[in-house]
Design a binder for this molecule. Structure first.
Ligand code: URP
Ligand code: ZN
Ligand code: ZN
Length: 450
């Protein structure tokens, strides 16, 4: 045996129980009481929780965006992931115009494979479906990338017609479509208007994308998914009306899924009034208290399926481009190292259960995105395991993080309880604040949807 973790409190979405876990060749091979100590490594997890590694279903590593490139490359991003108990990241590979979908995957994998320190998968960000490109979605599915994202905003956002065709195609080939839902025309109108009135602070980033601008787009996207019978996953859902629309669609029996992010659960739009408000600029923007309350209620009910980060960090000097003009701030915030500690600290406080944290951060993303070997502590699964110390106190600072950034919206956040060790397929990649993994050890995860 390679590893036995003893005496821990194991957490699954439905159970919490004391047991040992045995690992061999990167897989969980046994779970039971008193499995002995006949292993190369024995870890005593008495008084600790033993959890499946988190799956961050939404990262942007080394992504060209907002006039620069997000500051975490595949090494830094996966190193940070490991140190926050995340053992798989799903990164967005943005298509170039004219580029067949399989080429997108291969182009990004050539960068990711030598760098990744934990396992990774891709979603393809679709920009262009002209000619044979639409049909090339099937090649990506056959290769193990059955999920695509369309953006309704940004200069590379797709038209309604393209979105519609992508939904239709996804139904035919067994794929999942994710959507960044905001109304582009309204955003552009508001941005232009505010700037012409000299309203340039980050608060106007929030006001240029008010609640209904996201809600309206959520509803349209849901309507089209219903009409085409496609599976739809709304990324970074942040507004209360969108939450209600998701709940209704689920009640009606449609395969509509929703993700929110820790920044929407923890902060409100008030952050845009802060002196460092530009550091919180992301899209959709962080909304008001009522929306935050709706997100938590829906997560507890089970209508929000997944918590993922939308990790897209930028350096302070880049965020500063927008000191006098909010529209010049690269959109995105860090989170890959903070998500699991944040959700687990909520569990540790009793605001949610540990089972719920495991469900939304690990089991559900594995299930929804066809990642059968991950997302749970069960015999035969990859040994992606986190040992969590419920009494350790931790304060987030940039210096203590393992990313390539010099500012984070999580600076100063205090957690009661923190991951102590992370294993990626049985290999110890993090212990007590130190990264112990290696670039290139992360493997590409091929997926197939149910
Ligand atoms: O502001 C954000 N969310 N940046 C990353 C790109 C995206 O929209 O997901
Ligand atoms: Zn987005
Ligand atoms: Zn994103």
């Amino acid at each position: 045996m390679d590893l036995i973790i003893k005496n821990g409190l194991l957490v699954t979405p439905s159970e919490t129980y004391k047991a040992d876990i045995a690992v061999s060749d990167g897989k969980i091979v046994d779970i039971g009481y008193d499995l002995g100590t006949d292993a190369s490594e024995v870890v005593d997890a008495d008084s600790k929780y033993v959890l499946p590694g988190a799956i961050d279903a939404h990262t942007h590593l080394a992504m060209p965006f907002g006039g620069t490139i997000s500051s975490d490359d595949y090494f830094a991003g996966t190193r940070a992931a490991a140190c926050g108990g995340t053992t798989t990241v799903f990164d967005f590979a943005l298509q170039d115009f004219d580029e067949p979908m399989l080429d997108v995957i291969k182009r990004r994998d050539a960068i990711a494979a030598p760098q990744a320190a934990v396992d990774y998968a891709f979603h393809i960000g679709v920009k262009d479906i002209h000619g044979e490109l639409l049909d090339s979605m099937k090649d990506a599915v056959d290769y193990g990338v059955p999920s695509f994202k369309v953006f309704m905003v940004y200069d590379f956002g797709v038209s309604d017609g393209v979105f519609y065709q992508v939904l239709q195609k996804s139904k035919e080939i067994g794929a999942m479509i994710s959507v960044h839902a905001e109304n582009n025309e309204m955003v552009n109108y508001n941005v232009k208007k505010f700037l012409s009135e000299g309203k340039t602070s980050p608060w106007y980033h929030y006001l240029s994308r008010p609640e209904f601008v996201e809600a309206e787009a959520d509803m349209r996207a849901i309507q089209w998914a219903k009409a085409t019978g496609a599976k739809l996953y709304i990324v970074h859902l942040a507004n209360k009306e969108g939450v209600a629309a998701v709940t209704k669609a689920k009640e009606e029996g449609y395969p509509i899924y929703a993700e929110t992010c820790p920044q929407y659960l923890n902060f409100t739009s008030d952050v845009y009034k802060r002196e460092d408000g530009r550091n919180f600029v992301c899209s959709p923007p962080i909304k008001g208290q009522e929306s935050q309350d709706a997100l938590w209620a829906s997560l507890k009910r089970g209508d929000i399926d997944v918590v993922a980060t939308d990790h897209c960090p930028f350096m302070q000097s880049e965020k500063d481009w927008g000191i006098d003009d909010f529209s010049k701030i690269p959109n995105g915030c860090a989170g890959v190292e903070n998500m699991y500690p944040y959700m687990l600290a909520k569990a540790n406080k009793g605001e949610i259960t540990f089972n719920k944290a495991v469900e939304v951060c690990s089991a559900n993303p594995a299930k929804i995105f066809g990642c059968g070997q991950k997302g749970s502590l069960a015999v035969g699964k990859d040994a992606d395991i986190v040992i969590y110390d419920p009494v350790k106190d931790f304060t987030v600072t940039c210096d203590a993080m393992h990313s390539n950034y010099d500012q984070t919206i999580w600076e100063g956040t205090e957690f009661h309880g923190y991951p102590e060790m992370t294993f990626s397929r049985g290999n110890l990649v993090y212990k007590d604040g130190k990264f112990l993994g290696k670039a290139g050890n992360g493997k590409f995860v091929k997926r197939k949807l149910d």
